[in-house]
Design a binder for this molecule. Structure first.
Ligand code: ADP
Ligand code: MG
Length: 698
């Protein structure tokens, strides 16, 4: 593909700024831009013109339908397609699309989770166009990115709070910028580049695994003789089938304006990663949803299945998502860029302090923002950061902060007395800050990399939390400094105090080591290993107060999310347990029984042919098989019993905890027996594709 091809491909399916400029009358374009940038109301007559231009453009590209595209609490996107056709009164039809249809939709939304926000007599929710995200075409449909709310205006989706959090950080960061005399910037946005990990396996094998199809992960499977020990897959050469998949995925993403940039193999066999170039958080979130969806569809077209689950294979590295996050102004200044002048340094230090304080104060919220049944298998499993939130700044920056706090000399390449606003910060190198791969939250030179996210989850939640907690601290700083008469002195004191009070969150060592868990406890850091207990902190009064203070969530919205997430956790546990029971009863036991009967038959035949023939092998195997299969049946029964016992639990938190404390351990025990059976059953007698088959299938 040459430069011109790329030019005509990239964003060709997006109703983006260039298309708008080309197709909208000047005044309409200006009004729309104002709405996009300032969040002002869009008048219906303007919306009508935009809708009509959008429809004409879409129809020219072969679209016949439109959909309001939204991100309900299910974690995946939702859409309901309507066609553009309208009867013209003479038995024929015309293609029409009104401003009203563009701006507002009413999907029958009664079956989306609302956590009690929407009474059934008022089951309808509505979708409203989010003009800050561009409409685009997939297949024959025009997709309109929307938010999804109840009739009372409560958020029923992941996008609404994200947009609100972006407003919050915009408001507070601007106040702080003004303190530094910055009047140029009129808007502050956060930017995100999410690195997405995934697995690819052959589709024929995927189809044979009910656990993968129902739960997204394997519930059984003995370890293969060769796993990731040799680390020969990481950045290794990409197999042709995967290459073809990546090439098509890139093209499809580029058409939709997604800045897919790097593709490479990851640590585990069959594991890969895609990283886009960062963009505004809101768009990054839409784009990441699209990326995940397209990964699945494109994989299917190439005879493969894309697994986005956090832990598809036990004992093999799972998949995460690295959320690279920064704050910048509409004038293009990255507020987490240290800069080269004392003035820039001072501003940088204050923003850095805001992130340090926010992460320390709201460790629990960051933890909740990545809590899911899938991620529980990964966090702390020696491949991903533990469930303890801490922050990596690198030795140089940490030493600088220490020197500032204690008023001592910073001893680096040169010795510097740190005077905020007067001395230039010693240069600390970007790669020096990127060496530690074990930290959950790492400063990487001019941005932070939040590494606890699960691969399957929407990035909306973690970024909503990040934006809000940093907004909160920035607001506090602005309150404190706005009326300062000795700005320099007060700033200096504020920075010292923050470092002193919050340095416990900074940890540059190995986060995977067991010693860290003990040390973190001594430091008083929060450790919430399981989803249910993590979720409970969502309704902590301090957290509800934070969200309501910034208009990101009402108390009712927080509580509804708490209910939805708990229920979701329990539902996943339930589905996984039932899938296991079914697979044992319908696939594993019948296979093991058949194998045993063949062995017994063989032994009998041998004896028949030659009465003194040795049947020690058959006998030994049969004994083992029958002992293990009895155990398998017993453990399956106990898992069933456990499910029956916890069924009456009404309280959603108690129920979720029961899944974590009782069902999951029972599942692990059951799995252990089945995996032992797999190891002694002949390959042809085992009903499921093995780990070795799946991990090295492409
Ligand atoms: P690597 O981690 O491979 O060294 P980079 O650090 O350059 O690569 O970038 C990793 C991800 O971080 C990419 O998605 C990139 O677009 C994103 N990124 C870079 N700068 C920013 C920023 N200012 N804000 C948000 N994300 C960023
Ligand atoms: Mg990175």
């Amino acid at each position: 593909m040459d430069q011109t091809d790329m030019h005509s491909l990239f964003g060709s399916k997006v109703f983006n700024d260039a298309v708008m400029l080309d197709r909208l009358p000047r005044d309409v374009y200006r009004a729309l831009r104002k709405t996009m940038e300032k969040g002002t109301h869009l008048e219906l007559d303007i919306a009508n013109v935009v809708a009509s231009a959008m429809k004409d453009w879409a129809v020219e590209q072969g679209a016949t339908h439109f959909t309001h595209w939204f991100q309900p609490m299910t974690g995946v996107t939702a859409e309901k397609h309507d066609s553009f056709i309208t009867p013209d009164g003479s038995g024929s039809v015309i293609m029409e699309f009104s401003g009203r249809e563009l701006v507002r939709g009413e999907p029958d939304a009664s079956s989306f989770p609302s956590g009690g926000l929407r009474a059934t007599f008022e089951a309808r929710g509505y979708t409203a166009w989010d003009p800050t995200a561009y409409a685009f075409i997939r297949g024959h449909t025009l997709y309109i990115p929307t938010v999804f709310c109840s009739y009372g205006g409560e958020a029923l989706d992941k996008k609404t709070p994200l947009l609100r959090s972006m407003d919050a950080i915009n408001r507070q960061a601007l106040r702080v910028l003004r303190l530094f005399g910055n009047t140029n910037a009129s808007r502050v946005i956060t930017t995100v580049g999410p690195e997405q990990e995934y697995f690819l396996i052959d589709r024929k094998l995927y189809e044979k695994r009910r656990d993968l199809k129902c739960c997204g992960r394997t519930l059984f499977g003995a370890r293969p003789p060769k796993g990731q020990e040799l680390a020969d897959h990481y950045f290794g050469s990409i197999p042709p089938r995967v290459s073809a998949f990546m090439a098509q995925l890139d093209r499809e993403l580029w058409r939709l304006g997604v800045l897919a940039k790097t593709e490479h193999n990851e640590v585990a066999p069959a594991q890969h990663e895609l990283a886009p170039i960062y963009t505004t958080t809101n768009l990054a979130c839409d784009h990441n949803q699209l990326t995940m969806e397209l990964m699945k569809t494109v994989a299917a077209q190439h005879g493969m299945a894309c697994l986005l689950h956090e832990k598809p294979f036990a004992g093999v590295n799972g998949s995460g998502k690295h959320n690279n996050w920064s704050i910048s102004t509409d004038t293009g200044m990255n507020l987490l860029e240290p800069g080269g002048t004392p003035y820039e340094n001072a501003q940088f230090l204050l923003f850095l302090c805001a992130v340090i304080e926010a992460v320390d104060e709201y460790q629990d919220l960051l933890r909740v923002s990545v809590a899911s049944a899938g991620n529980d298998h990964r966090l702390g499993a020696n491949e991903a950061p533990p469930a303890i939130v801490s922050m990596f700044l690198g030795d140089e920056l940490t030493d600088i902060l220490h020197a500032i706090e204690s008023g001592t000399l910073y001893v680096g390449k040169e010795q510097v007395q740190m005077e905020i606003g007067a001395t230039v910060l010693p240069h600390f190198f970007r790669d020096a800050t990127d060496r530690n791969r074990t930290s959950p939250f790492a400063f990487t030179g001019n941005k932070f990399e939040f590494r606890m996210l699960g691969s399957a989850q929407s990035i909306a939640g973690p970024n909503t939390v990040l934006n809000t907690i940093v907004a909160d601290v920035l607001g506090k700083y602005a309150d404190r400094l706005e009326h300062s008469v000795q700005f320099q002195k007060d700033l200096d004191e504020l920075i010292r105090t923050v470092i002193h009070d919050h340095k416990r969150i900074i940890f540059n060592g190995n986060n995977y080591s067991p010693q860290w868990v003990a040390e973190a406890e001594q430091r008083g850091l929060t450790n919430l290993p399981g989803t249910p207990e993590a979720l409970r902190t969502l309704i902590d009064p301090k957290n509800i107060a934070l969200f309501t203070r910034h208009g990101v969530f009402t108390e009712a919205e927080v509580r509804s999310r708490y209910a939805i997430l708990l229920e979701n956790y329990s539902k996943i546990g339930h589905i996984e347990a039932l899938t296991m029971i079914d697979m044992v009863n319908q696939e594993i036991i019948p296979a093991v029984v058949t194998y045993q009967s063949q062995l017994a038959q063989l032994a009998a035949n041998k004896k028949l042919a030659q009465s003194e023939a040795s049947i020690a092998l058959e006998d030994g195997l049969l004994k083992k098989l029958s002992r293990l299969s009895e155990c398998l049946v017993k453990r399956t029964q106990s898992l069933s019993d456990c499910l029956m016992e916890i069924k009456p639990i009404q309280d959603p938190y108690q129920l979720a905890s029961a899944y974590r404390e009782r069902i999951y351990p029972a599942m692990t025990e059951l799995r252990c027996v089945a995996d032992n059976l797999e190891l002694i059953c002949g390959r042809d007698h085992w009903p499921l594709p093995s780990y070795g088959d799946m991990l090295f299938s492409i």
